[in-house]
Design a protein around this ligand. Sequence first.
Ligand SMILES: [Fe+2]
Ligand SMILES: [Fe+2]
Length: 135
Amino acid sequence: MECGMIIWNDSYLLGVEEIDAQHRNLFKHLASIEEQMRVHGTYSCLHVLYFMYSYAVDHFSLEESLMDAVAYPEAHRHKAEHECFRQAALEFHKDVKNPETIGDVVAYIKQWIVTHIADSDRRLCSHILKTRPGL
Ligand SMILES: [Fe+2]
Ligand SMILES: [Fe+2]
């Protein structure tokens, strides 16, 4: 993915209100990280990155509990994708003292979130809407 600003648009809406609200917030936080990096340089955005990772991990908990609630047939694969992101977060924490890696980390997060929402989360939400339209 090209490293332009990440901007929310409604094509990312998936129809499950709680998930959509959290995705919108993830975009907002990513945009704020990018803005801080642009204005202040890379190192000042570290606390926002920490926040971003913990927020993403909380978000996965929500999605995974919904998967369990609807007996989602692709849960195993989807949870494995979340686990990859968690592992990448742990690796990042180990290397956090190296400011040169931050740009790469932000690029990774952006690419991961956008492709994951467009593919895996979209399939999950369409299953939720079919099986539990009230959720
Ligand atoms: Fe997900
Ligand atoms: Fe998600």
